[in-house]
Design a protein around this ligand. Structure first.
Ligand code: ATP
Length: 376
């Protein structure tokens, strides 16, 4: 029977102690990673962190130095790429220029000797919304359309896992955004496991239900995008995903549910369960808060600020209108410059440079990090 006739379900991928060294250079440190079946999973990290190497080990294009790759509980470490129920979409698309779109998509079926390909190819072209383009050549399509052909060509083999290596890297920003939503729709429709490699945090957060942040050949943290953003566990993750304000602090009281910290010339509180640093009285840590969680109140109106909020005083150094919000840079006596985003404010209500302000936020939006880590 033709395996391509039955749609495959997503398989889960489990990497155990996977590593890769090139000579004396370690590209991927031994890592364990679990990718649930049917998830849209992103490997996110800066250039050179080892994400492509990890993906290529799942594809079978790179032999791990150590460790085991399992797909749906089966050890596939020794299987060659074409024997794995896995397909890869590359940034370069790698379409055949001399074949039209229909034949590009049909290629995998024809190679396996499938006789009647028409229905399947047409279905696939519909899925990627290229039904009207079947007889065009790749060079007659836009970058985004070519990318969708590459996805259709990979999906027609009914892989259980689709690997995407920076698939949107060659597209301009607007098209990238469209294709992010498009790929997400396709993944939801076909229901198989997608593993997506990107260095773009916004892209990973838009598309993936789970993100693993890689740094220096290791996975620093994995989780749902909102959890990583709200509660980063390391300074690298805090800085790589969005903008963070990190303030040096010392624990002065750990007896309550909230830790009391001496920071920024005053007192801040931090829920104990949002602190990934070791907790001891007198211990140092970095306390973080995201720019959009902070509210600014003119110092004259400080009496209107509700009790129980964390507060720091400062002075506006710069304000710039960036469309959806206004970005303020604020200098404070005892900490580095703090960034604040405020949305929906009237033009004449904006605070001007020089203004004395109180920065305040809900302590629940504070996170605590180990101060002994390097700040990347
Ligand atoms: P990018 O986004 O730039 O592709 P990446 O995170 O995907 O980065 P990898 O391609 O996985 O990174 O590479 C990780 C490290 O391993 C890099 O420092 C790279 O130079 C090195 N590396 C990759 N392939 C080889 C190879 N064949 N021989 C030697 N070093 C390699």
């Amino acid at each position: 029977t033709d395996p391509s006739a039955t749609p495959a379900s997503g398989g889960d991928v489990r990497l155990t102690g996977i590593s890769k060294t090139y000579g004396s250079f370690t590209a991927v440190q031994p890592l364990d990673l679990y990718v649930p079946a049917g998830s849209f999973f992103a490997l996110l990290g800066a250039s050179g962190c080892g994400k492509t190497t990890t993906l290529r080990m799942i594809a079978g294009l790179e032999e791990p130095t150590s460790g085991i790759v399992r797909l749906a509980d089966e050890d596939i470490t020794a299987l060659p790429p074409h024997k794995r129920p896995v397909n890869t979409v590359f940034q370069s698309y790698a379409l055949f220029p001399h074949l039209d779109i229909f034949e590009n998509v049909a290629f995998g079926l024809r190679r396996r000797g499938v006789k009647s390909v028409k229905k399947q190819v047409e279905e696939m072209l519909e899925l990627v919304q290229l039904g009207d383009f079947a007889r065009r050549r790749p060079q007659q399509l836009s970058g985004g359309q070519q990318q969708r052909v590459a996805v259709a060509r990979a999906l027609i083999n009914h892989p259980r896992v689709l690997l995407l290596d920076e698939p949107l890297g060659a597209l301009d920003l607007k098209l990238r955004r469209q294709m992010q939503l498009e790929l997400k729709r396709i993944q939801t429709e076909v229901g198989i496991t997608f593993i997506h490699v990107t260095h773009d945090q916004e892209e990973a957060m838009t598309m993936a239900d789970t993100v693993a942040v890689m740094n220096g050949g290791r996975v620093e943290q994995r989780g749902a995008p909102a959890d990583l953003y709200e509660n980063p566990g390391t300074t690298f993750v805090a800085n790589f995903l969005g903008t963070s304000n990190l303030i040096e602090a010392e624990i002065t009281d750990k007896s309550g549910g909230d830790l009391v910290l001496a920071a920024a010339g005053g007192k801040l509180s931090l829920p104990a369960d949002r602190c990934s640093a070791p907790v001891r009285t007198g211990g140092k840590l970095l306390v973080g808060v995201r720019p959009e969680k902070i509210t600014l109140t003119h110092a004259e109106d400080a009496g209107t600020i509700p009790d129980g909020r964390n507060r720091i005083t400062g002075r506006i150094a710069d304000s710039s209108f960036i469309g959806v919000s206004t970005q303020y840079l604020i200098t404070t006596p005892d900490c580095p410059e703090i960034t604040v985003y405020e949305q929906n404010i009237e033009r004449d209500a904006r605070l001007v440079p020089g203004a004395e302000v109180v920065l305040h936020w809900n302590p629940a939006h504070t996170f605590g990090l180990d101060a002994t880590q390097d700040i990347d």
